[in-house]
Design a protein around this ligand. Structure first.
Ligand code: SF4
Length: 669
């Protein structure tokens, strides 16, 4: 049996090393790479699903062109000629900004990023800014620290207290969860703050239920307790920060009584938690993504960062305001990959506003939409509006593995090779800083091709200059894109390939331990001039989430918080099996079930102002009485694609989708 080393390409914190077992041409199994410093001997069900997906009978195998209401098989030559033709017409009639390139995190390897250079080589395109997923938190940490970095997972073993704040690593980061369990077994106090009693909360010492969207108020209220009781770290504040005095003023209004009223957490718990957090250094906070999917999400992360900073938990082993980890990223030549060096024309829209961009942009209107690594018809908020907007676009091309909702709504579908069928470099785990090389394991089925492969052919058809869009081999392209990494550490691609997985020596440390922040003035910013300029407020502040506090909606019966977290078995919708989601489930508190007159084993209609979905009902005390919970990621065929109901509202900054600022009502079926 042959074994080949590769990498899980999913949009997951852990970016696991994988070992693929092959017997002749047949892939027999996918296992954890035991040499990977984070993966160790464990991968999750999502990683194991790659085998089924790769060999699935519904996998797209040939280019498909829409004809009437169905698709017909065409050759690659025909497909690329059609695309080249549509692009030429759009460029001639409307210019490059009439092309829109939409992509997301359906795949995390480096090579597919060259698509952006393809559009830059054409002269530019309309593209998104911000994120569907985590943009508010990223923007917040850039204001505060100047960059987004976290302590290594294994550093949790140095913490005396861990707060998983809106984060559920038992589902979303099993390797981090492993360290939490180990730390707890060794005596570390583990606290979970979350509106939902998650699986992570099953493994903690204290679960604190908080009202959704009020985490920022809790952070400011805790900060006030820390400040007023003289528990601040004076050395950090005086030497390494700026704007503390103004932050004190912001916190002062968040008395414990007021914080308790906003958050629903009893006063004595808020006080005890604040004391324990500040007096138990080092204490680590793990900041979740869900808490920044509210209209106040960016400010929430800034408030939590500030709490960590005043208590001296920044730059400390066992501490940190740990949101995500962008460390290797600065050694990737993104200017080259994106084609910024070609000075392309660009027009930006906020990513959650894809429907508005397609419907409303004029001069020029969008004529050609290219989608890859994404399933926006399922993932973008208010997806019914997006489906309407798709009808307005003259031509849509989607590169995919399966006939997703987005692929089905396209005019042309291109069948892509998956991660096992192509080599790539993986450097961008959200949790660790390990660099991994993924070897090619097998040939793609049917006529599936890697994107870079067919983009090169398309570039030939469109006469794109080789300097503008390179016709490299995969090796050459990766080497070019990681030139800064190669130069900084005196490496070459062969060394990286052979030594994979490996950690660059400088990344094993604790971020910010040298006290040098990457903000404009080199200090931690309680007050950020950049934030003030861009958002109107230089300090973290709390305001109530827009829809969750809308009295009119509540009067009209929309009184439940519509929560759509990640399930255990999937990350978003792009890597699901087509048959998944046959029985969608909505979780309601038993008292809600009774009050609404619903039947325990029946179905329920969940309604917002944007649409409705129907799902089977499960009663569970894991959710509070005012919560309706459905996991995200199901396709529309399930009847419960959750974003039919969510708004396309933006967060306070970071151009992030405020999915969780959403009220719904229930109807008996
Ligand atoms: S989904 Fe995450 S935890 Fe699961 S195998 Fe992939 S990288 Fe590892």
């Amino acid at each position: 049996m042959e074994t080949i080393r590769t990498v899980c390409p999913l949009d997951c914190w852990d970016q696991c090393g994988l070992i693929v077992k092959k017997d002749g041409e047949k892939i027999k199994g996918i296992e954890a790479d035991p040499t990977h410093p984070v993966t160790a001997s464990m991968i999750c069900s999502k990683g194991r699903l790659h085998l089924q997906r790769t060999n699935h009978p519904d996998r797209l195998r040939y280019p498909l062109l829409k004809e009437g209401d169905s698709f017909k098989r065409i050759t690659w030559t025909q497909a690329l000629e059609v695309i080249a033709d549509k692009i030429r017409i759009a460029l001639n009639d409307h210019g490059p900004l009439s092309l829109l390139h939409f992509y997301d995190g359906g795949y995390t390897g480096l090579v597919k990023n060259i698509e952006s250079r393809f559009f830059s080589a054409l002269g530019g395109c309309t593209m998104h800014k911000g994120s569907l997923c985590w943009g508010a938190g990223l923007a917040a940490q850039k204001y505060d620290f100047g960059a987004v970095k976290s302590n290594p997972y294994q550093d949790l073993l140095n913490a005396r207290m861990i707060i998983a704040w809106g984060r559920n690593p038992a589902y979303t980061s099993i390797h981090q969860m492993n360290y939490i369990r180990q730390a707890r077994a060794a005596g570390t106090r583990v606290v979970v703050i979350d509106p939902v009693l998650t699986s992570t909360a099953d493994n903690c010492d204290q679960y604190i239920r908080i009202k959704p969207g009020t985490d920022g108020a809790l952070a400011l209220g805790m900060a006030r307790v820390v400040i007023e009781n003289g528990l601040v770290n004076k050395e950090f504040i005086e030497q390494y920060s700026t704007g503390f005095d103004r932050f004190v003023e912001t916190c002062s209004e968040f008395t414990t009584a007021k914080t308790a009223e906003i958050t629903g957490i009893p006063e004595e718990i808020i006080e005890e938690l604040a004391f324990a957090y500040a007096q138990n250094n080092p204490s680590a906070i793990l900041i979740g993504i869900g808490l920044q999917r509210h209209s106040n999400g960016g400010n929430t992360v800034r408030a939590i960062d500030a709490l960590a900073a005043i208590s001296g938990n920044i730059g400390l082993a066992g501490g940190g305001a740990n949101y995500a980890n962008f460390q290797v990223d600065r050694f990737i030549d993104h200017d080259y990959l994106s084609g910024s060096d070609l000075n392309p024309q660009r027009r930006f829209y906020s990513k959650p506003h894809l429907a508005k961009a397609l419907m409303d942009l004029k001069e020029p209107p969008i004529q050609f939409l290219y989608i890859s690594r994404a399933n926006p018809l399922v993932q973008v908020g208010d997806s019914n509006a997006l489906a309407e907007a798709f009808n307005k676009v003259p031509f849509i091309v989607t590169a995919e593995h399966f006939m997703t909702d987005t692929a089905a709504a396209s005019d042309l579908v291109l069948p892509c090779a998956n991660f096992l069928e192509n080599e790539d470099l993986y450097y961008n785990s959200m949790g660790h800083q390990c660099i991994n090389y993924g070897l090619k394991v097998s040939d793609p089925p049917g006529e599936c091709r890697p994107e870079y492969d067919f983009l090169k052919e398309l570039a030939d058809l469109l006469d794109l200059d080789h300097d503008r869009f390179p016709r490299y081999g995969t090796d050459e392209l990766i080497s070019r894109a990681i030139k800064p990494l190669i130069e900084a550490f005196n490496l070459d691609l062969e060394m990286i390939r052979k030594q994979s997985p490996f950690m660059l020596p400088e990344f094993n440390g604790i971020p910010w331990s040298d006290g040098e922040f990457q903000t404009e003035n080199g200090k931690y910013s309680f007050y950020s001039a950049a934030a003030e300029k861009e958002t109107g407020s230089g300090l973290p502040e709390y305001f109530a989430p827009v829809e969750l506090s809308d009295p009119l909606l509540k009067q009209n019966g929309y009184k439940y918080w519509y929560a759509t977290p990640h399930p255990r078995d999937s990350i978003h919708s792009t890597h699901r099996l087509p048959e998944a989601g046959k029985k969608p489930i909505v979780y309601l508190h038993p008292k809600t079930v009774r009050e609404e007159g619903l039947s325990e084993k029946g179905q329920v209609k969940v309604i917002t102002e944007r649409g409705y979905i129907i799902a089977g009902l499960v009663s569970s005390e894991r959710v509070s009485r005012d919560t309706v919970l459905l996991c995200q990621g199901l396709w529309h065929g399930s009847g419960a694609a959750v974003n039919r109901l969510t708004p396309d509202r933006l967060t306070d900054f970071g151009d992030q989708a405020a999915y969780y600022d959403c009220l719904c009502r229930l109807e008996k079926i």
